[in-house]
Each structure stands twice: as C-alpha cells, then as structure tokens.
Design a protein around this ligand. Structure first.
Ligand code: MG
Length: 382
C-alpha cells in the first residue's frame, strides 16, 4: 500500500482535520492542530507531504523516526502537533487494513470502559455550579474547572478566597463522590501556588493540573511538600524526551499527554509506559476534536496506568462546532454513568462525515487565543 494524497480541512471551532488517501482506497484521518496556530500547523504538515507521498503507511515507527529525526531540528509544539495528526491517520489506515481497532494492535484492551470528564465554567471560572448540575444530568461523574482567573505573581488573598469559595460551592452541589479536577492552567506562580494547594485541599479535588508552568517543573517537588492532592501536568510537553525529566525525576503523580501534540498514539503509549515504571497515572489531555479524542480512547483502552480521559463535549471553546458534529457514529462519544464505551470499529473507531467537513472548511476557523493583562497592564498567563 502507498500513500497517495494528503488533504487538510479547517473545521470550526478550532480544529484541523487531515485525510490521508492510499492507492488501495483506504483512508485515514488525524487531527494535526496546535490551538491558535492553525495555519502554522497546516504549513508544517504540507512541508512533510513530499516525503510521505509514495510511502508504505504501515511503517508507522519508521515514518515517525524520519519525520522526527530526519530534518535535524526536532520536537516542540508545531512539529510534534503536525507529526501527531499524521501518525493518528497512519494508525487509522493500519487498523482499517487489519480490520481491528488500534488498541487491539497495541496489546489489546486492559479495561471494559473508559472513565471521562468534561469541563464546567469557562476560561474565567463562572457558572460552575450550574454547569456542574448540567454535567451530572448528561451522565458525567467527574468534572474539571479552572481554579482561578488570571493570578498576580503575589496577589491579595481575595484571589485565594475566590478559588476556595468556588470549589466549596461545586463540592456542595455534586456531593463527595464526584471527582473535581482543578486546572491551574499555568496561571499561578510558585509563591501563590503554595498557599492555594493547601487551602483548596479540604474540598478534596481529584488533581491539580499545571500547578506551575512547564518552564518550572523543577519546583514541583517543593510544591508537592505543601499538599497531598495529586499533581498533574504534561499538555505542553512533547515526545518521550520532553517527558524524560518529569518522569525519571518523579516530579508528578499524573501525566497528561495530548495525543495531538505529544507525537501521536504510539508516542503517547511509550510515554505512558515510562510513567508506569515510576508509578504515575495517565490522564490524556483533550480539549480538541473528534479525531484527537478517538485517538486518546485507543490509548486509554490498552494502557494499564490510564486514569481518566478529558473530552471537549460542549466545552467553552466549542462554538460553531461540537465534538460529534462531523462524526457519523455519534454514539461512540456517549457517556454512561461517567464512562465512554470502548470503540469497536477498525482504526480510530470513528466514521468522519466528509461532506460535513468539506462544508465546514468553506467557512474556515476564526478562533483566537486569549490575551490577558493584569490590573497594571502587564501580561498575565491565560
Ligand atoms: Mg490544562
């Protein structure tokens, strides 16, 4: 089998879909997107296209090695997101060629269903109580929200009080058995994080996500001395080498590879195995579209130290397009009592509605990132 064509689609709200055609009529889909850099993501894939045309799509590791190592410069969000989407599409083709879901090729299922969570509140964590009720009605048993708004390097204690009151209110509504993930989003600096992790702890959050920016991983051990709540991070780390220090230095409890940024399904599986050897769990990051989620679900099915899956159903960014809008078998993302079913179709397990994708591409995407400022006009982490 040979790769014959790559086609890229811009799809609302903020996704890029890649279709890879082959000379045997099988097609594979992937999601090579770095949020807020859609055109850069497209250009990165286009630059890899001449190398891919004519290649045997079953040689996934060899193609990965060439894309990663073959151009001297390597890693980083742009190149790894492009590689990720291509890699996902290659697995989709491989699974379809063999008539198997990808997880059946990667060791088989190690669980019967996949625990998942959805977002409550937005970039600014408002309406969290109402959203939490809605998520329970939809069938979720775990949720996540931003812990804070923009946070001063050393702010006043009202920022701490707001975060604590918000979590307390959600805990009151959902009861003691619902998991509440708290995303610090890299907004909080070390000096405030130490107080926050302690004061939020009585409300038993499921984990603290990105309690510090990825630039400050070396401070995580100090932070973990202030709390017993699991610390999570990893959405802004790329490839097994990007994760090496985090894992081998034992800096975290839960890694969060994003399957559209880390290098794809097989790369994430390798990172997960590294983490397993250091007693860390895996909670794939996925605020993205259906192909990123479908890829994540393949990993979740076959990874022993998997903990919980993020999904973007009706999340704050999904304006103009939602998770199942471009998927024919929409039931694949149905939530039952907190769980997704294991996908059963060959490949990634979803059937893309290409007509809907082509229609969406005519409009393109306009999503743009946040650009936050502190009260004094200086740049804030968003
Ligand atoms: Mg996050």
């Amino acid at each position: 089998m040979k790769i014959t064509a790559l086609t890229l689609y811009r799809v609302k709200p903020r996704w890029i879909f890649l279709k890879i055609d082959t000379d045997e009529g099988l097609v594979g889909w992937g999601e090579p997107i770095l949020e807020s850099r859609p055109e850069t993501s497209v250009a990165a894939v286009k630059e890899m296209e001449p190398f891919l045309i004519g290649k045997d799509p079953s040689r996934i590791e060899h193609i990965f090695q060439t894309m990663y190592r073959g151009t001297f410069y390597r890693g980083g969000p742009i190149l790894m997101s492009a590689i990720s989407g291509i890699e996902q599409a290659l697995w989709d083709i491989r699974g379809k060629a063999l008539g198997l879901p990808v997880y059946e090729i990667l060791g088989g299922a190690v669980r019967d269903k996949i625990k998942a969570y959805a977002w409550i509140g937005g970039d600014h964590p408002t309406n969290v109580e109402e959203d939490a009720k809605g998520r329970l009605e939809q069938g979720f048993r775990n949720v996540k929200m931003n812990a804070t708004n923009a946070c001063e390097r050393i702010g006043d204690y009202s920022e701490i009080d707001d975060a604590v009151e918000r979590l307390a209110a959600v805990r009151e509504i959902v009861g003691k058995d619902v998991g509440i993930g708290l995303d610090f989003h890299g907004r909080v600096h070390k000096s405030m994080a130490k107080t926050l992790v302690k004061e939020l702890e009585p409300y038993r959050p499921m984990f603290y996500e990105e309690p510090l920016l990825p630039e400050h991983l070396d401070f995580l051990p100090e932070l973990s001395r202030h709390t017993s709540i699991p610390l999570a991070t990893g959405e802004r780390l790329y490839g097994r080498w990007g994760y090496k220090e985090l894992i081998t230095q034992g800096l975290i409890d839960l890694i969060q590879p994003d399957l559209s940024h880390v290098g794809g399904i097989w790369e994430a599986r390798k990172v997960a195995a590294m983490a397993e050897a250091y007693d860390m769990g895996v909670a794939p990051h996925c605020p993205l579209g259906p192909l990123a989620l479908a890829s994540s679900m393949q990993l979740d099915a076959c990874t022993p130290n998997f903990v919980i899956q993020e999904m973007s159903l009706k999340m704050q960014y999904n304006i103009g397009g939602d998770l199942a809008d471009y998927v024919k078998n929409k039931d694949v993302f149905a939530i039952n009592d907190g769980y997704l079913n294991l996908p059963t179709l060959p490949g990634l397990g979803i059937e893309i509605d290409e007509d809907a994708v082509i229609e969406a591409d005519k409009e393109g995407i306009t999503w743009s990132p946040r650009n936050w400022r502190h009260a004094d006009g200086s740049v804030a982490e968003a």
